[in-house]
Each structure stands twice: as structure tokens, then as C-alpha cells.
Design a binder for this molecule. Structure first.
Ligand code: ZN
Length: 741
């Protein structure tokens, strides 16, 4: 198994896909969770002998080859948590054996017997990770979290063991410098290089004490990352604000209902619960007329991980940064960010910082304008003298209504979840020539009754491409936000495989058979995640490793897909009123479009503050660091507006400290957005607009189907004929551009 694939798998198992948008969630207990708990308690009371037979059977189910239709599908309906730990342990052993076989092959190393064999290895472990990922993201329980805590350092030790296999690395190096390489295809040469880098960048070139230390650091980091994220989770679960009927001023009916069910779930029938999550905090701060309560909710939310109690993350942050710095130092890098960005599209921290600093002044200048607009209303209506951070969303909503006359609740009535899904299918048909058809109920196992599955085929040839699983609704044990993942990726090394892709979100299910209505932001997120799925489904790469995402590039494809939500074709047919069936009126659409750059000062600033702090934390020597003071000082240097806080403050910045997926990489969203804005202009300039056949074909060929088989910068140039420019992003956000288009 290739290193980058291993890391992808590791990441997938923990965090899956982190996405830039968090969406409303009303957490509800589910049957599946209840079932798991029953299974657990039954087991503990069973005699040992029965238990081990049962565990054995459960383990084997998780390890087993996928059977059934569509080249075999995960047995989500059969697997139980009981077998997870032993299955994971056994699969790791199997993978180690596979790797040993490759490493000890008596024949001279070749592309086929070394690199391709590594691509083949790890299939069983890959299957276990898929289940592991579902437990982690879609159906977590305290029992699972115990397993996760126990297994995190073991997994880390396992990855180190493969990575530090000297015989294997020797063979990979030999292939890389062989004559044979020169005769390989470009994608094969790239595979060799990525495989080599995967080792070299992760400690394989080290020996002796350094090597040992490297593995120790990784093991400790794995523990710290898990602890960090569990601390944040504890602060999210432990703080709940209960309100009485008199304290609901300003809240729309949908928010009141969500708060009522959240209270009921917590045995506080008749009260209203504001939970300590973004999806609860955000609407409360937007609508509540109670300034003191807003302050309380704001403070509780932005102090997650920073309360000086047992769940405080500051000490962990120090240790994590120190260990990361020491680890890349062993490899000869100046700082963590230099190591991290080397295989990213940005290549160097300076390039990422340059982009962020070029946008920052326009962002904070826009904040001044926004604050002035808000203060005018705030003074007049409530006699306030200053826009505090807990006032921003509230008065922004008032400005939105005054300036754009846009009522989010009215817009919502045209955004039915089912219709939006049909719209996405329509777009996929036009751009990718994909057809989506629901599979027969019960023919493909799912892990919850809410999960639905569609078969994806080529519209012209009818060829089967894969499946698309959708898990749309919030429930207890499901992580917040929205994300996409795969259960099987495209490859041709042992015959062409289909793709099993999935989208996951946290929408609140419509009450009593009513359609589920979502906000404009959520509709964009829905399209965004579908973009990831299309990126998986359109893959045409031969080797699994080449399916890997490049962090500052892989959000681009998904961000781009959001653009189709506002195309006339989608609006006219799919954005229809849930009662009258009439399409969204042109003037309401215009209002939404006019409002698109609204509050962009706030959004860009809260994001960039987090991205810049992330990058700075990973370019300094962290010795003696005080995370709180560092954050404060750096933000002061940037002239951070006092009315805004970082989107993710350091003590709960899970992207960066719950793992290494987004460490020194949060800038990647904006990096990808530059590509997004620039690529969108390619469609806008084309004769057929967003459905232009020629541009769409180029899009699929150069930017989707090749995944990581081509260097992203080259792929982009093949699509656009030049590099992307930041001006397109500035135009999109309504910021001043030096050269007007
Ligand atoms: Zn995404």
C-alpha cells in the first residue's frame, strides 16, 4: 500500500472529508445507535466462550469481501462494532505481510513487481477503514470513541512500520532511479515519484535514533490529535443553554422548533435548547433580539477548548506544534509549513501567504463599511454604540433585509431538498453525461434507514459507473457539517472497478411528511459536496494512489459545482415553491444574486484570520509558545477588526489539530477559490455559458477525470490555456480589482 494512500486512508478513517461549510443539525437519537448499545451490553453479560465466537464472527464480517450487486457493496446492515477492533488488528497484520512479500521479493525491483504490487496491497484494510470511517463520522458512540482512542496510536505505529521498512524503500528508490522509469507513461512516472515522496517525506530516509524518534513522535501526535478533537466535542456536548418561551424573541419558527426538539431530546420538554455547535449558535446570533443571551452563546461557542478546565486544549496545541516542528526538523526542513506545502499546488508557504495578504486589506476595508451600515441601524433601533462580535450576525441580517430586502425564510420555501437533488442530477447529466437512477429499495445495504442509493450510468452508452449513497439528515452520533467520501475508487489494475461514492449532510428533516426546506447556503453546500462525488465518479486513473486529492486543489472542483445552482436551467425547473410549485420569481433570484457579495467582509475576514494564524503557527519555532497570546498578538498586527473573531479559534481548530489533514493547509480553500472563480469565468465567457459543451468537455477531461495523475498546475493550464489569476476571486467577492475586466 502506497504511503499517500495510507495517509489518505488514515485521514478518511478519522475525519473523512472536512468541508468548508457547516450546516444546521438537530441531533436526534437513532435506532441504529440504540441497537449498537444493546449489542454492547448484551455482550458484556455473556459468558466468555460465547463472546469470543460472536466476536470472531463479527470480525470476519468486517474483513469479508464485499458481495452482492454492483461488484459487491459494503455490508452496512450486518457489521457490528463488536468486530471492529479485532478486524482492524488482523487487517493491519495482513497488510504488513503483503508489504513484507513485496519488500523481500528475490527478483530485481521493477515498476510492476514493486510499485504496482504496492497499489494492489491493503485491500482488506481498506475495507475495514470504510466501516471505521462510517462509525467515526456517521454513527459514532462512546463505545466507538473508546476503540478510536485505543487504536489511534496503534494505527500510527502500523503506518510508521510500513514507512520505515528499509527493504521496501530501497526497492522503491531503485525503481525510481532505474532505466525502466524513462520508458513508462507520464502517469506511471508520476506514480513512482509520488510513491517515493510518500516514503521520503515521511521519514524513510532516516536511520538509527532519528528514525526511532520519528516514529515515537507520530505515535504521540496520533494520541494528541484524538484528545484534541474529543475535548472540543466534550465542550460542544457539555454546554447547553436552556431558554424559556419568553427568551425566544426574534427567532424564526424553524429555529424555535429545532430548539424545542433539542430540549426534548435532553429530557427538558417545554424548554428550548441552544446547543454549543455552529448550527445552533449561528441562527441564534442571527435572529435573537436578546443581546445578553447572544453574548453568552457567542462566548461559550468561541471558548470551546479554552476554558482552563480538563478539556482545555492549550497545552495540547503547544505539544502538537513542538512535535510537528521537531519531526520535520529530522527531515531537514526549516518548519512544518515548508514540509506540508511541498507537494501541494502552492508549493511554498510564501506563495500561500502572498495570496492571503493580497486579499486581506480589501477584506478588512469591507468590514469597516459593513460595520458602518450595521451601526446606523443599531443606533437607530436599539441605541447601541458599538457593533460587538455577538452583534455582527444580528445586524448583518437587518442590513440584508434593508438593503437587499432578502428574507432568508422566503428563499427557503423554494429550496426543497428533493428538488435540489434532482437539479444536481440534471447538472451531472449535462456536464458529465451521467444518469442517476434509484436502486431497488433493499437491494443495496445501508447503515441507516435515511440513507438512499442511486446507480450512476453513462447516459449514452448505459455503461455502469458506480453508486451514489446519500445520508442527508442530522442525528445523534453523526459529526456536524457536510462531507463526501468513497467506499470504492476507480482503478483498472485488476480490471475496471466501479465507484462507490457518498454524500453526507446534517439537514433537519421536514416535520410530518412536509418537504425538507433548506437555506441558500445549505443548498450551495449540497451542490459543493456533490461536486466531490462527481470528482470521484468521473475518475479515469489506473492506479489507486493517483485518485488521491491534493489538498489545496481538491476543493476547487467541488466549489466550482456550486455555480450551477444559480443557472437559469436549475432555477426555472428545480427551485420551485414547495406549496405552489411555481419557480422562484425573477426578482427574488435577482435579490439573491445581488446579495451574493453581501457580508463578504465578515466571511473573508473570519476565514482568512484562521488561515493566516494556521500558517503562522506552522512557520515559527514553537518553543515557549503561548497559543492564546500568539493568536492575540498576530491578530493585532493584522489589524483584525474587533467586531469579528476567527472562524475557528486556535483552541478548537479541529481542521488543524484533530489531525494533519488541514494543518498549514486551511489556506487551501482560498487557493482553490482562485481557481474556482477563474474557471467559472471560462464558462461565463463561452458561447453556451455554464452548459457550453466544449468547456464542459475540457472540464471533465483536464480537471475531473485525471484526479492526481497530472500535476494540478499543468492540468489547470490545459483547461484554461494559462494560470489562474486572483482578480477573478476579487471580482467574485465584490472587492476592488486593479485591472477592471
Ligand atoms: Zn469540500
Amino acid at each position: 500500500m502506497n504511503k499517500s494512500k495510507l495517509f489518505t486512508a488514515m485521514l478518511m478513517s478519522g475525519m473523512l472529508y472536512a468541508c468548508n461549510s457547516e450546516v444546521p443539525t438537530a441531533k436526534a437519537p437513532t435506532e441504529s445507535v440504540a441497537e449498537e448499545q444493546t449489542a454492547e451490553s448484551d455482550v458484556s453479560s455473556m459468558p466468555t466462550e460465547t463472546l469470543s465466537a460472536e466476536v470472531e464472527a463479527a470480525k470476519n464480517l468486517i474483513l469479508a469481501e464485499w458481495t452482492g450487486p454492483y461488484q459487491g457493496v459494503p455490508a452496512f446492515d450486518k457489521v457490528s462494532l463488536l468486530g471492529l477492533k479485532p478486524a482492524l488488528e488482523e487487517a493491519m497484520l495482513m497488510n504488513l505481510k503483503e508489504v513484507e512479500t513485496i519488500a523481500n521479493n528475490p527478483e530485481a525491483p521493477t515498476f510492476e513487481n514493486t510499485i504496482v504490487e504496492m497499489e494492489r496491497a491493503g485491500k482488506v484494510l481498506g475495507r475495514v477503514f470504510r466501516y471505521y470511517g462510517i462509525w467515526s463520522a456517521n454513527r459514532s458512540t462512546p463505545e466507538f470513541r473508546d476503540i478510536q482512542r485505543e487504536m489511534a496510536p496503534k494505527l500510527s505505529a502500523f503506518f510508521s512500520k510500513i514507512n520505515q521498512n528499509e527493504a521496501l524503500f530501497k526497492r522503491v528508490s531503485a525503481v525510481r532511479s532505474s532505466e525502466e522509469v524513462k520508458s513508462l507513461r507520464a502517469d506511471q512516472q508520476r506514480l513512482v515519484q509520488l510513491t517515493y515522496d510518500g516514503f521520503a517525506r515521511n521519514g524513510a530516509t532516516l536511520s538509527g535514533d532519528k528514525k526511532k524518534r520519528y516514529a515515537e513522535i507520530n505515535q504521540r501526535l496520533a494520541e494528541l490529535h484524538t484528545k484534541f478533537s474529543n475535548n472540543v466535542l466534550a465542550d460542544e456536548e457539555n454546554y447547553v443553554l436552556y431558554l424559556t418561551k419568553e427568551q425566544l424573541g426574534g427567532l424564526p419558527e424553524s429555529v424555535v422548533q429545532a430548539a424545542a426538539s433539542a430540549a426534548t431530546e435532553r429530557d427538558k420538554e417545554g424548554q428550548y435548547a441552544i446547543t454549543n455547535t455552529r448550527s445552533s449558535m449561528d441562527p441564534f446570533l442571527t435572529y435573537s433580539t436578546e443581546r445578553e443571551l447572544r453574548q453568552k452563546v457567542w462566548e461559550t461557542y468561541y471558548n470551546r477548548g479554552d476554558n482552563g478546565d480538563e478539556f482545555d486544549n492549550n497545552e495540547l496545541i503547544k505539544e502538537i506544534l513542538t512535535l510537528r516542528h521537531e519531526r520535520v526538523g529530522l527531515l531537514g526542513y526549516d518548519n512544518y509549513a515548508s514540509w506540508r506545502l511541498e507537494d501541494r499546488m502552492a508549493k511554498k508557504p510564501e506563495n500561500a501567504i502572498k495570496l492571503m495578504e493580497s486579499v486581506w486589506p480589501a477584506a478588512i476595508a469591507r468590514v469597516d463599511e459593513e460595520v458602518a451600515d450595521m451601526l446606523a441601524i443599531g443606533k437607530k433601533e436599539d441605541g447601541i454604540k458599538e457593533i460587538k462580535a455577538w452583534d455582527y450576525r444580528y445586524y448583518a441580517e437587518k442590513v440584508r433585509k434593508a438593503k437587499y430586502d432578502l428574507d432568508s425564510d422566503e428563499v427557503k420555501q423554494y429550496l426543497q431538498l428533493d428538488k435540489l437533488r434532482e437539479a444536481m442530477f440534471y447538472v451531472a447529466g449535462r456536464l458529465f453525461n451521467f444518469d442517476f437512477a434509484p436502486v431497488a429499495e433493499g437491494s443495496v445495504p445501508v447503515f441507516h434507514e435515511d440513507v438512499k442509493v442511486w446507480e450512476v450510468t453513462d447516459k449514452t452508452s448505459g455503461e455502469h459507473i458506480g453508486l451514489w449513497y446519500l445520508d442527508p439528515f442530522a442525528r445523534k452520533g453523526k459529526r456536524s457539517g457536510a462531507w463526501a467520501t468513497t467506499y470504492r475508487s476507480y482503478t483498472t489494475i485488476d480490471g475496471k472497478t466501479n465507484v462507490l461514492s457518498s454524500n453526507n449532510s446534517n439537514f433537519s428533516k421536514g416535520q410530518d411528511g412536509q418537504p425538507t426546506l433548506i437555506s441558500w447556503d445549505d443548498a450551495e453546500t449540497y451542490f459543493h459536496e456533490f461536486g466531490h462525488a462527481l470528482h470521484f465518479l468521473s475518475s479515469k486513473v489506473d492506479y489507486p494512489t493517483l485518485n488521491g486529492g491534493v489538498r489545496d486543489y481538491t476543493e476547487f472542483q467541488s466549489q466550482l459545482l456550486e455555480r450551477w445552482l444559480t443557472t437559469d436551467e436549475v432555477i426555472d425547473t428545480y427551485l420551485v415553491h414547495y406549496k405552489t410549485g411555481k419557480p422562484m420569481p425573477a426578482e427574488l433570484v435577482q435579490k439573491v444574486k445581488n446579495a451574493a457579495t453581501f457580508n463578504e467582509g465578515f466571511k473573508t475576514t473570519e476565514y482568512l484570520a484562521s488561515a493566516i494564524i494556521d500558517m503562522k503557527l506552522h512557520t515559527i519555532n514553537p518553543e515557549g509558545l503561548d497559543p492564546d497570546a500568539f493568536e492575540r498578538d498576530e491578530l493585532n498586527k493584522l489589524n483584525m477588526p474587533s467586531s469579528i473573531v476567527m472562524r475557528h479559534r486556535t483552541p478548537h481548530f479541529g481542521h488543524v489539530f484533530s489531525g494533519e489533514g488541514y494543518s498549514a493547509a486551511y489556506y487551501g480553500y482560498m487557493w482553490a477559490e482562485v481557481l474556482t472563480s477563474d474557471a467559472a469565468e471560462a464558462f461565463e465567457e463561452a458561447e453556451g455559458g455554464y452548459y457550453d459543451k466544449e468547456v464542459a468537455a475540457k472540464l471533465v477531461e483536464h480537471l475531473f477525470s485525471v484526479r492526481n495523475a497530472v500535476d494540478p498546475a499543468e492540468a489547470y493550464r490545459a483547461f484554461r490555456g494559462r494560470d489562474a489569476v486572483v482578480d477573478a476571486l476579487m471580482r467574485d467577492r465584490g472587492f476592488p480589482v486593479k485591472t477592471e475586466k
